[in-house]
Write a protein that binds this ligand. Structure first.
Ligand SMILES: [Zn+2]
Length: 235
């Protein structure tokens, strides 16, 4: 969740870390620090392992409940000092799909004035729901083309905090800030080059060149002026 300001390694690219167990549940542990991403915002959970001298447990799922990040395990650690390792191939795929989803959402907002009203990403595809929308084949070709122009331009992806009022003013109807509790006054913003600016708690790649080409594979009407676009990233 940290800002991106040239750290090495970048917070989103941290694959391994040391931590201490601070709480034990029937099938989970809470750690004093973690690099595991808890399922949320359309991005699936990270999986991986926790190791300790002489043993290891698989991290099956990571969930955030009332602000507490629970690592669901297949075995309980014999030690309170653990070393976490994230399944990096899966996480990096999620990062590429999440950043590309912002890219497409931002461009569709700019070109068609259609808002993103839902999204789900996986390690091999993503889908985004836009409203109001009734995309023609020409529209889809244009969306694909605009996305890929940004990929080819190799633009930086910035992550920083900004005051909620300023964010609200800048994004207009691009995203629904109402869903974020009023008590939160500083928001984590993801800026994808010149294509998008949106608050988000997800993990993102550093540069659009990492995404690969966007290939739209399906457009389906979901009724209520809502269109669902499913796409893949092709390297
Ligand atoms: Zn996001």
């Amino acid at each position: 969740m940290e800002e991106r300001k040239g750290q090495d390694p970048d917070p989103c690219y941290l694959r391994e870390f040391d931590a201490r167990v601070t709480e034990r549940g029937p099938d989970y542990v809470v750690l004093d620090r973690t690099a595991f991403y808890a399922e949320g915002g359309g991005q699936p959970t990270d999986i991986g392992v926790l190791r300790w001298p002489g043993g290891e447990a698989r991290v099956l799922r990571v969930a955030k409940e009332k602000g507490v990040i629970k690592h669901v395990l297949d075995a309980m650690p014999a030690s309170d000092e653990v070393h976490g390792v994230i399944d990096w191939d899966r996480r990096y795929a999620h990062m590429r799909y999440h950043t590309s989803q912002h890219l497409m959402s931002g461009l569709v907002w700019k070109i068609f004035g259609a808002r993103t009203v839902g999204n789900q990403l996986y390690a091999d595809r993503a889908r985004v729901d836009f409203q109001p929308a009734a995309f023609t084949p020409e529209d889809l070709a244009r969306i694909e083309g605009e996305c890929n122009r940004t990929v080819e331009a190799a633009q930086d992806v910035r992550i920083f905090e900004e005051d909620r009022v300023a964010v609200d003013h800048k994004i207009g109807d691009r995203s629904l800030l109402d869903l974020i509790p009023q008590s939160i006054r500083r928001l984590r913003v993801i800026q994808v080059g010149t294509a998008d600016y949106c608050p988000c708690g997800g993990t993102h790649v550093r540069n659009t060149a990492e995404l690969g080409r966007v290939k739209i594979v399906e457009r389906r009407s979901k009724g209520k002026e809502t269109d669902r676009i499913t796409y893949e990233l092709v390297r």
